[in-house]
Design a protein around this ligand. Sequence first.
Ligand code: ADP
Length: 485
Amino acid sequence: SQLPLKDPRLFRQQAYINGKWANADSGKTIDVTNPATGEVLGTIPNMGTAETRRAIEAANAAWPAWRKKTAKERANILRKWFNLMMENQDDLGVILTAEQGKPLAEAKGEIAYGASFVEWFAEEAKRVYGDTIPGHQADKRIVVIKEPVGVVGAITPWNFPNAMITRKCAPALAAGCPVVIKPATETPYSAFALAELAERAGFPAGVINIISGSAREIGGELTSNPIVRKISFTGSTEVGKILLKQSADTVKKMSMELGGNAAFIVFDDADLDAAVEGAMMSKYRNTGQTCVCANRILVQDKVYDTFAQKLAAAVAKLKVGDGLKGETQQGPLINMKAVEKVEEHVADAVKKGAKVIAGGHRHALGGSFFEPTVLTGVTTEMAVAHEETFGPVAPLFRFKTDEDALKLANDTEFGLANYFYARDLGRVWRVAEGLESGIIGINTGIISTEVAPFGGVKESGFGREGSKYGMDDFLVIKYLCMGGV
Ligand code: ADP
């Protein structure tokens, strides 16, 4: 590749099975392109069922020795992995931007965020405490211990090519589980770079495996193979439902981080400048391509026009371009399908009476670039109200009372994140308790951190990633009943 890397060995174009770099059995490959330039970055193996089965069997073979290590021994290896990620943050950022498109500063931020899960769970695994329970009969004693669930299948999306992998694999590995990872086909190189660093950190062969290729075949094998005891998925609700159905026959433990339709509510007592700043971060981070991006912005009547003006002014200043080039704040969308969806959402809103006050079109740069956009006069009849746009479009809805805002915000099958800006203490509590989502940002547009539990309710899924709760997804409880004492 032509990427400006200090350590070119981080750019691997092979999968990683049982501690060895591997090609597809068929020898077939898939091209990976840079969304900013359309150039082919390289190829990856087009693997399927057979290679996936081998990776699962390698993971299973590695399991007994890995789980037998003490938490501290595993933590030492994870800590090395963390250090290597941070030492190679610049190169990992370049690889991430090249395959995904986000501005380099954001990509480097994601590397630090991704690495933080490795650090956190290495520490947290030492505190997988059990319980003792007073016996229910005089001769009985009850003890509860927690054990690693077994081989984990991790299926991850393209919008956070590094962090979605570490957020699943760090707790799994720390708990004593081996992993088989299927990264998104659009963004495999960040995953392979993590495998290269894992090898340097000293993970035993088979503990970490990464395969690329046919989502249907790899997903089919991961969900149907009885050796896999746990599936952790981040992606669309549509695919999540398929994986849940496919996993039913072998009754696997599941974590689902699915789609969102976040409301960002601005009440009339809000600090409007802070709300604009929060909306910019929540809406336009990763060019609107995160599952916690504000999808609908609800603004109270009295402050609607002022907020709209301030937001449009801030949006007009965003610098759009290739993420690898200097000052870029908004990269391209991941592909042309994403552009078409954004375009359809804008056209549908305009047809039904919305007004474009910033952007609104494909960007003059061409390719998959789209202008950062703000729409006013948006109503619930429009597609933007019900579907995840996953692009740089801020649709502004108008509401009158707090009850209206809650009703609007909760009028969705999703429940991942919501945000609101308000100062009145009673209102803050009522709205926080009234919103149906796993995450609420109050007077902030950024909620992601390794120390807090990330996850949804309703059709946004279940399970939590990060925090002390994130470990539970990879542990099973065993209760020991001791009689005859
Ligand atoms: P997105 O809309 O973010 O691309 P997807 O749900 O389509 O989300 O993809 C998320 C991940 O799921 C990717 O790694 C993708 O390759 C994988 N995937 C897509 N379809 C399937 C499937 N039928 N079985 C297993 N994995 C799949």
